[in-house]
Design a binder for this molecule. Sequence first.
Ligand SMILES: Cc1ncc(COP(=O)(O)O)c(C=O)c1O
Length: 429
Amino acid sequence: MTIYDQFFSHAAQNMKESAIRRMGKMIASRGDVVSLAPGYPAPDTFPWAEFREIAASLLGGQDGSVLQYGPTRGYRPLLEEIAAILEGREIRVAFEELLVTTGSQQGLDLVARVLFDPGDVVLVELPTYTGAITAFRNVQAQMVGVPQEADGVQFDALEATYQRLRLDGCRVKALYVVPNFQNPTGLLIGLEKRRRLLSWAADRDILIIEDDPYHDLYFEDSATPSEVRSIKADDADGRVVYLSSFSKTLAPGYRVAWIAAPAAIAQKLEIAKQSEDLLTGSLDQRIVHEACRSGLLARQLPKLRRHYREKRDVMVGALRRELNDTVTWPDPKGGFFLWLTLPDQLDTDLMIPRAVDNGVVYVAGEAFFVAPSEQGRSRGGDGRRTMRLSFSAPTKERIEEGVVRLARTVREELAAVSVSAPAPGRAER
Ligand SMILES: Cc1ncc(COP(=O)(O)O)c(C=O)c1O
């Protein structure tokens, strides 16, 4: 029998299946499960009829470029639309600074490959987006987490962590942040803090990787467009590598996203992309281009903001009703996610089998954590009693039902751990 482990590279040996995909498999193998796990957009918000029309017209003609190879940087008219979207976000870029990517996930992978050697440090928010953890881990970058507070990453902890790493002789190259409605916490970095982060990064000569797929999904009752102002908008000296995507506003199946980066970095990203896929799918880019040009995207945004705000309200209402005395969370002001903290004696990873038995799944918080900074460690920085709930894809009725099932799970688990005192260690349960 061939033993394949011996063939794997170090990078491959370090690769781990995402907790979110694992949950997907678990649901597929069960009957009626309410999934509050993946951050998928709601399929009923996709503008099916308009997409059908656009695709039919593109495929009905004789324009060979619709299905042909094209420039790695992206379809030029789409780049022009992206530049206009960025202009609306007060980010002004030249074309040499733009690159269309196959989802922002590829963007993160490219950025990781272009910036990090094994052992280089990238500072991340604690918790942080799992896809970034994967991309950074694949190039063997060293991720160091910095705890967050209500308005984003804690500044004192950031500086202390940076100084400690410098003393240890580490090369700190970048800080990765999701400033708007962060995946997984739903938090928004405060405006003042965004400016401070930028000048802090400039003073220490490190880059900021700003990942901003939820920019347009602010909820009008709790956040304003000025509060989602990108860090990149104030980036006078080219410190910020900015990523955004059409996945959450048009449809993720097209896999069309983009990076705006200083020209020297964008050029390397282009070369790195050539070895991955040569170019983002031509038909996908053409459909997305037409959706931007025709005003479809602009018409979608207010509908999406309303749709997801209503679902947020349903989830928050159900949590207040079912679990108010037991769990805490910051109310999301936009995006797809709600971050729950449970009582200290619970472990959300160990609770998954009970949740599945009750017909509900979530993502255990641990998946979003990397080795914490010293400050994080002293504050329980491993996420053991946290979980991410997503309110984006399920219907309102399923969200209600999911929270009822989750509440039952939490009550049962609390009862189970209280009879098995002293509190059992992880290995025993
Ligand atoms: C913070 C963040 N970055 C990047 C991505 C990847 O998005 P895309 O579908 O464009 O690859 C996601 C998707 O959930 C995300 O939440």
